[in-house]
Design a protein around this ligand. Sequence first.
Ligand code: PLP
Length: 387
Amino acid sequence: MQATKLKDLHTPCLLIEQSKLKQNISYLSEHIGALGCVIRPHVKTHKSVDITQLIVDAGNTQGITVSTLKEAKHFFAAGYTDILYAVGIVPNKFAAVQSLMEQGCKITVILDSLELAKLLGEYADTQQVVFNVLIELDVDKHRAGVNPHSQTLLDIAYALHHQSYTQLQGVMTHAGGSYECFEKSSQLALARQERDLSLLAAERIRAEGIACKTVSIGSTPTAFAIDDLSGITEVRAGVYVLFDLVMSGLGVCKIDDIAISVMGSIIGFQKEKQMALCDAGWMAMSRDRGTAGHKIDQGYGLICDKNGALIANMLMTSANQEHGIISMRKANTQRGKSTDFPFALFSIGDLIRILPNHACATAAQYNHFYLVDGDKVIKTLPSISGW
Ligand SMILES: Cc1ncc(COP(=O)(O)O)c(C=O)c1O
């Protein structure tokens, strides 16, 4: 029977607070819409068709972005036909992409080397199937991509344009360096850099007489910061729908905007160690310690009561596979002593909610979530994992 109250659920489990989810979705939809652009939602954060439908219903979207071919297959089966696979393509995935195309999926792949452009071209020739491609740009020295000023960019564009069965659609980038931007001003500066370098790359390709229709950019911090999207054809963002402690640490959201939490049960107390134990360890939270380098390190997560109200200074300070260690934040004194643990707050079996560091990493630990409204369980949302 479908659970109707939090107390009917087994712990650990993953909760998504409906009102916060909807508020986060509509905020970005309106912001990007007001700038005359559209979002290509990145579904890797939640891997849920139901949540994606809410994003689409909010408006100002086109297609979706995926990070695995499993996501591509899953969402295609659910009716999403316009898909950007936004991790560099490699030959062992050519056939799977081809198979999706042959079933009617308009899937686009990305690459950032001449070598791969040629390998894809050779494969496409043998199959006589046209592959749609975006060239990945590096706009902030964060991860992958070619330098927008480089000759390599043009060499790849030439190759894709002149090969018989590869179609250059445009350029894309992800300014992941925004996860290191702690000020609104640096987020805006990087957002403009992401936009301007992408537009520059597109213009350089066009100046060679090669069409470059798509200019796709995005990360949650830059999508929230950007103030002008002229020339940009789509913005990709994922984590904003749930938000997390990394995003609140950057000031992109407030802690109160975080829609995702892991619900655990208190399983014991260690009074002499001033700590409680819960049944949500790192399997339930993930190993992600994304706030470790922040001014405020949130451990493995912040503790809330079962209704989601934050308990001041209480966090998961350490995690074993299926045990979470809950203690008080060390007071900022010379001896670094923690405040006394408020044992009177809890009894064995009590439910708590834990706000995670990184929504994508935590959500990926589960194959379903519970959409909730306070204490009420509205719906079970299936999700997928794996490759
Ligand atoms: C290629 C690409 N695009 C878009 C995103 C979305 O970024 P965010 O999760 O900050 O919204 C990611 C996230 O890692 C990404 O890898």
